[in-house]
Design a protein around this ligand. Structure first.
Ligand code: F6P
Length: 547
């Protein structure tokens, strides 16, 4: 048994969980009119309501006891203090420095990183002004109209998600496009829509060695050169965002047109760095600054609020509660805002690449569940797809419902309809509908006898399904920054509880290595030994058809 599962706090939670067997959320609400007042946290136009969870005051005390036992506060302070908590890569973890809005130095090995952060931000902002004001011109003197970000993983998902979320603040004469997939269709479809004379490519890669990004970058440059561009004008149309100036120069981008960041910024935590350049170009430096300020407000809350009044801590502990003590393997993120359509995809990388681990920080196998499967879709679409399973399936799936009180697009009754669905879903998941209620309903509909009895079990909802509701006044850059930082810190909290390193991603390497072996086989350069299935599939691909 691991030290964690042997620990007093863990055992106390297991015993407490057993004592809650059979306790229904609807009964907890009926017995306690103050539940909503007690189980909510508000911060700067954002509210977390966590009353609809299988918890009591004792649960929360035991969960915060677990956090204390696992040294959450010292680990949090170590992160903010620039210590090398990413032990397998021997790196500090300082995305919080990128949005540090106060004059607090943040030291890595005794050196303040803040002047470097400010310097890159200033260069980014100056560049944004030139492009946005039409001062930065393409090869034939026209202003830039289209920005194509080429990157993948953390160099894509954050910029895509945020750029889409902040659509109401976009520059009226700029359009953003994102190319990530190595599938040639992705870049082909984007290149079909843009004009080389007025397009700016951002090649975004922390390492500048990622196969997909370099393949797309080379294709973009070849297309540019074949369509009016010249080697001399590449500099006006290609900029890079990277930590690797050597590889950027090797690719042929002038390092004067490179925006740097640092090894202490993890890929999936990098949208706050120069990786956020497409966002800043689209919404402008002022709005980008508000995004950073929102994240900073959440950082300060996480750093200073008591554990039991701390949004990321509560979200993280609730996830541990369900994952480790109630057997929940998945967690749904359900934004009731079309602008947040890509939030679930973004959070998949943030959470699953961070906490999809099965050895602890010392390399010992864990004997407890770690990060959950994250999925979601914007409401109300998800309601008509997978909510059936959440309501009546055999898996317990805790959900986060996220919604703005005010819409960016007030349109008739749409927003009230949207929010009525949000609130109704959390109520339905909590309350369910018991046999007596279904029976009464069927009788009101005029059913009776065998027909009623046959239908009855199908219409029963067990209820007692946990949800969090995150309401924001409106989805503006500041609130979005807060929301993203909330999830970043939630993931951090869980990694600390599970004693895993949330900041490496060795699990993505094996597939990359094997793809390098198979690629030459698909290009007619001999064969390598594989299992029978892989050999068979390589043969079919090389043969050009499946049978
Ligand atoms: O998929 C692995 C990964 O290393 C991610 O962590 C990262 O965000 C992505 O690849 C892209 O890496 P880079 O920015 O170096 O191209």
């Amino acid at each position: 048994m691991s030290a964690l599962t042997r620990s007093p706090a863990w055992k106390a939670l297991a015993a407490h969980r057993a004592s809650l067997e059979g306790t229904a959320l609807r009964d907890l609400f009926a017995a306690d009119a103050g539940r909503f007042d007690r189980y909510r946290i508000a911060l700067d136009g954002m509210l977390l309501d966590y009353a609809k969870n299988r918890i009591t005051d004792e649960t929360l005390a035991l969960l915060t006891g677990l956090a204390l036992q696992q040294k959450l506060e010292p680990m949090r302070d170590a992160m903010f203090g620039g210590q090398r908590i990413n032990i397998t890569e021997d790196r500090a973890v300082l995305h919080v420095a990128l949005r540090n809005r106060v004059d607090r130095p943040i030291l890595v090995d005794g050196e303040d990183v803040m002047p470097g952060v400010q310097e890159v931000l200033a260069r980014m902002y100056a560049f944004c002004h030139k492009v946005r004001d039409g001062e930065w011109r393409g090869y034939d003197g026209q202003p830039i109209t289209d920005i194509v970000n080429i990157g993948i993983g953390g160099s894509d998902l954050g910029p895509v998600m945020v750029t889409q979320a902040l659509t109401p603040w976009h520059h009226p004469h700029l359009a953003a496009h994102f190319v990530s997939n190595v599938d040639g269709t992705h870049i082909a479809e984007v290149l079909r829509r843009v004009d080389p004379a007025t397009t700016l490519f951002i090649i975004a890669s922390k390492t500048f060695t990622t196969q997909e990004t370099l393949a797309n970058a080379h294709t973009a440059r070849d297309w540019f050169l074949a369509n009016g561009g010249t080697p001399e004008t590449v500099a006006r149309h290609f900029v890079a965002v990277s930590t690797n100036s050597t590889e950027v120069a090797k690719f042929g981008i002038d390092t004067n047109n490179m925006f740097g960041f640092w090894d202490w910024v993890g890929g999936r935590y990098s949208l706050w760095s120069a990786i956020g350049l497409p966002i800043a170009l689209m919404v402008g430096p002022e709005r980008f600054g508000e995004l950073l300020a929102g994240a900073h407000a959440m950082d300060e809350h996480f750093r200073t609020a008591p554990l039991d009044a701390n949004m990321p801590v509560i979200l993280g502990l609730l996830g541990v509660w369900y994952g480790n003590f109630w057997g929940a393997a998945a967690h749904a993120v359900l934004p009731y805002d079309q602008y947040l359509a890509r939030l679930p995809a973004y959070l998949q990388q943030l959470d699953m690449e961070s906490n999809g681990k099965s050895v602890d920080r010392d390399g010992a196998p864990v004997d407890y569940a770690t990060g959950p499967i994250i999925f979601g879709e914007p409401g109300t679409n998800g309601q008509h797809a997978f909510y059936q399973l959440i309501h009546q399936g055999t898996h317990l799936i805790p959900c986060d419902f996220i919604a703005p009180i005010t819409s960016q697009n007030p349109t008739g009754r749409h927003h009230a309809m949207l929010l009525s669905n949000t609130l109704a879903q959390t109520e339905a998941l909590m309350r369910g509908k018991n046999e007596a209620e279904v029976r009464a309903e069927l009788e009101r509909e005029g059913r009776s006898g065998a027909a009623l009895e046959a239908l009855l079990p199908h219409k029963v909802f067990a209820g007692n399904r946990p949800t969090n509701t995150i309401l924001v006044d409106q989805l503006d850059p500041c609130r979005l920054g807060m929301l993203i930082a909330l999830y970043e810190h939630k993931v951090f909290v869980q990694g600390v509880i599970w004693n895993i390193n949330s900041f490496d991603q060795w699990g993505v390497e094996l597939g990359k290595q094997l793809a390098k072996v198979i690629l030459p086989e698909l290009e007619g350069q001999g064969t390598k030994p594989h299992d029978a299935s892989t050999v068979g599939l390589v043969g079919l691909v090389n043969g050009g058809k499946v049978a």
